[in-house]
Design a protein around this ligand. Sequence first.
Ligand code: C2O
Ligand code: CU
Ligand code: CU
Length: 510
Amino acid sequence: MTLTDINPTTRRTFAASLATLPWFGSALAQGMMSGMPEMAGMGGMNAAAVSLAPVTAIAAGAPLAALKKLVNTSPKAGVFRATLRAAPVTVTILQDRTKTEFWAYNDLLPGPLIEVTEGDTVEIEFINDLPQESTIHWHGLPVPSEQDGNPHDAVPAGGRRVYRFKLPLDCAGTYWYHPHPHNHTAEQVFRGLAGLFIVRAKNDPLKAIPERHLVFSDLKLAADGSIPANDMNDEMNGREGQFALVNAQRQPVLTFDAGGRERWRIWNANSARYLKLKLPGARFTLVGTDGGLIGKPVANLTELVLVAAERIEVIVEAPPGAGVVGLVTEPVERGKMGMVPQEFPITLLDVDFSAVRPERLAALASLPQTLRSIRPLGAVKAKKRVVFSEEMSMAGGVHSMKFLVNGKLFDMRRVDLTSRINEVELWEIANDSDMDHPFHIHGVQFQVIERELDGKVTPESLLAWHDMANTRPGETVRIKMVQRHKGLRMFHCHILEHENAGMMGQVNVV
Ligand code: C2O
Ligand code: CU
Ligand code: CU
């Protein structure tokens, strides 16, 4: 077992100094003595090491499940009405029939798929049958602040409320929803609360292509089937469970469309794990990002990187003559600290291309070359600067990390920034830390303009709508956005443990 393999020198010194701290030192010794294969056995600040279920404890190889849709109960055209109930649910996911208590929306893992059309009015009644307060946050959707399920509008345990919003035109895309209560977001998500949201375009240039939904989430399970609390490593690096699931299944089999081409909507619904997806022999054509279709397809990609909470849409064509090919995620170096075990590629899914008929493949029509019109946001009216940083803390004699925005921990009572409605703003997100942090802001999609690292500015080549942007240690990312609603908005690192630990701020739109 070694310390993280570390790229920037600053990180090496930081990690090395961590190892000399009493807590890390003893964890290191403990790990070495027991020869633990997994960092996850490291235990919490005072908890004993949790023994984890082996990866094979969940059966693999079942056919990939389609997402369950939330049924629209409204008889009116243009109105989507339904109920989401968050509650504990007992599920048998381990092969040995040991039961696991998850927290889920409508008893489903992942939560149900909401499918609407741009311009629709959405009315979701939320029933909170959890033992703690919660909210539903509509990640990435352009909804008013008071409907956005931010921590100011928590629904108490046993309570309910209705979220109501009208979606504007030109917001078709791949979104999701998850809880966002103060201090409990990470826990509620890792216990199972997260669902999917697709806004369909009135005119979709790709609608003839069969669609596939792949939701990647991870799960950490103790050997007794329970979902353990975060340990110190989870708190520091973000929780990554031993199971990397697709549509809540371990390594299922996707039987590829006989026609030879599919459109995949991909969600990284992990708390922290970044994805680097590869499908040997196949090429991906990127057609969409967090906020929907891009202007023109980007063909011939061999890998797809998605930071936590990011979504993309790709077109996949069957490689000629292919049989079963594993979709793999490779480890992404994101500056994890402390004692991190070596990471290996994980096969997420087996894609079975054998039903594809070669003559169909040869006859595939070329993709439309114009998908959507995206205009670059224009002249900048105001600028904002956000700095992500980390600090070691010894508060109360306990070693922990502080994750800060502009030098401060999140405070619900403090407004960090003020923006004006309908003005183009340039936000500069600077990462002054040793780890990657994926930036996210509520209620708005932004355009990435450029990235600066070590004095070198790289303009962003892709004009696209995002609500997620990774920031590397030492990097500054410049983005443009326009707020279309007044009110308070959260912005934060979407490694949920970092957000929970304070790496979040509030902008008030006036
Ligand atoms: Cu996925 Cu504050 O959000
Ligand atoms: Cu969000
Ligand atoms: Cu972070």
